[in-house]
Design a protein. Structure first.
Length: 492
């Protein structure tokens, strides 16, 4: 990592000729309480064991708020509240449940700026992304499912869809509000009630959502939010009165969850890690492909399960693509997540930064050639990592095989489409992939043979609530979004 230099500096721009003026988003309208409790049965409840933890701003390392730490008995209370609410909520006509979801969607839109700023403060992602991606997609997810609530018999024609009961939902820190929306919207639309556990480093937007739910006067107990770390999540998974677990996070925890509920009859969907290949063929529009590669791996600091963390580039265009990539990397602005010019914000936590740094060291040890841009990282106690590119790595190297969940790209080349397919599929994961080519026939050939749940062609990291998202192999099972996602919350 580069040395710290200028004490005043809050962001850097690698280009030496010109710089953007700072354009910080205002935080004056933001209200973050000093302390948050659990939201159970329609009211705020102090944790039964009286324990709290801090959530910090990863750009400064400073505490934002104290957060209730959920014990088994808090989970008991939340599940009991959800069970009590299940009868009346599931008996509501779909049209009425839809109205609640529409209200929630509209309120998220109404307060989009506030949600976006808090998302960036708590998680470190650039405000431009929170505003353009996270919050609008969260609202869109509620709108989409609001539309289904009274049309379930059309969604599943000739069948009689019934809700499952109480869903326990555990979400990660990379898209905190969006992941809450992915979990809550289909569950509620189909008549289930929910206990949601946000990630410990990014609980604030879910708690803001609880405030919004409270302001709207949502029926108590339909949505319960219990904060805490892995233990709280495990207590939720193991609770005997849960009918369904939906989890997004690491493959290791996903496997643990699968083991711990085996034989209980609880339904399960898992959305886990990935090691996606972004494949650039020689006939691709190279400038667009380079933008797509940059977006695929450096978007949200690479904290994306479907990140294009492996680049497979056809040998004939390899040097050209790498040169263009390095040039483009040199123009990326790293720094204050609340600055509208920032491309790359803060790494979500100190622990994640350490993980990423460990991988970068390993890449160099395993013989990879590293490229990072000139320039120093922002000062202060925040968690920062330069966008990093590795070339010259063997297929067997750790960086090609393992998920890093940071802004680190491993580049490999190939000669034929068959070789590209073999390399792309040579991974225990199977969440996503990207193909860049001018030829429709090649897109069809590649997409039918790639073992990945989501495949983008001539674009990357695009999401839509109507489009099912999920993986093969160790990337998990079940789908979120679209009819497939809806079907994970009903029984016939
Ligand atoms: P994690 O899987 O530990 O955390 C995800 C969520 O699961 C959090 O809410 C956490 O509190 C909860 N959790 C942790 N242990 C649990 C348990 N035993 N039972 C139930 N819930 C539990 O992920 P972590 O440690 O934050 O990140 C580690 C790695 O996982 C990352 O480096 C990345 O590779 C991967 N990851 C993948 C994500 C994805 O979207 N697929 C999201 C976050 C992390
Ligand atoms: Mg935080």
């Amino acid at each position: 990592m580069a040395k710290k230099k200028n004490k005043e500096k809050t962001r850097i721009h690698f280009d030496t000729d010109w710089k953007y003026d700072p354009a910080p988003e205002s935080v004056e309208h933001i209200k973050v309480n000093k302390q948050y409790e659990h939201y159970i049965g329609g009211s705020w409840k102090s944790p039964n064991e009286g324990k709290y933890f801090n959530t910090v701003n990863p750009a400064s390392g400073k505490r934002l708020a104290r957060i209730a730490s959920g014990s088994t008995s808090d989970i008991d209370d939340a599940v009991a509240a959800a069970r009590k609410a299940f009868g009346p909520w599931s008996a509501l006509p779909g049209k009425e449940r839809g109205k609640w979801l529409f209200k929630l969607a509209r309120q998220i839109q109404e307060r989009a700026r506030e949600f976006a700023v808090i998302e960036s403060l708590d998680g470190g992602k650039p405000i431009r992304e929170s505003k353009a991606v996270d919050i609008p997609l969260a609202a869109a997810h509620f709108f989409y499912h609001a539309g289904w609530a009274d049309k379930l018999t059309y969604a599943f024609p000739g069948r009689n869809p019934e809700p499952l009961g109480v869903a326990g939902q555990i979400i990660p820190w990379n898209f905190p509000l969006l992941m809450a929306a992915w979990k809550l919207a289909p569950a509620l639309a189909t008549g289930n009630t929910v206990v949601l556990k946000p990630a410990e480093t990014t609980p604030l937007t879910a708690l803001k959502l609880a405030e919004l739910i409270d302001d709207l006067g949502f029926p108590p107990g339909v949505i319960n939010i219990v904060t805490g770390a892995g233990d709280t999540g495990a207590a939720l998974v193991q609770h005997p009165d849960i009918d369904k677990i939906a989890f997004t996070g690491s493959t290791d925890v996903g496997k643990e969850i699968q083991k711990s509920i085996a034989g209980t009859g609880k339904k399960l969907t898992l959305e886990l890690g990935g090691k996606a290949a972004n494949i650039i063929l020689e006939d691709a529009a190279i400038d667009q492909a380079v933008e797509g590669i940059i977006n695929g791996i450096y978007f949200n600091q690479g904290h994306v399960c479907c990140a294009g963390s492996r680049l497979l580039v056809q040998e004939s265009i390899e040097s050209k693509v790498i040169k263009k990539l390095k040039d483009r990397m040199s123009t990326l602005v790293i720094g204050d997540p609340l600055d509208k010019n920032t491309d790359i914000g803060a790494i979500n936590s100190r622990a994640q930064l350490k993980t990423i740094q460990k991988y970068i060291e390993l890449g160099a040890k395993e013989g990879g050639e590293i490229f990072q841009c000139e320039g120093s990282l922002p000062d202060g106690k925040g968690f920062w990592c330069k966008p990093t590119l590795f070339t010259g790595l063997a297929q067997s190297s750790t960086l090609v095989k393992e998920e890093i969940f940071g802004p680190v790209l491993a580049v490999q080349s190939f000669r034929t489409l068959e070789e590209a397919l073999t390399k792309a599929n040579n991974t225990p994961y199977g969440l996503s992939a990207g193909v860049w080519t001018d030829k429709g026939a090649k897109i069809f050939k590649m997409t039918t043979k790639l073992k990945a749940g989501i495949i983008w062609a001539n674009t990357y990291n695009k999401f839509d609530p109507a489009s099912p998202f999920g993986g093969y192999k160790e990337s998990g099972f079940g789908r979120e979004g679209g009819l497939h996602g809806l079907s994970a919350y009903v029984t016939f």
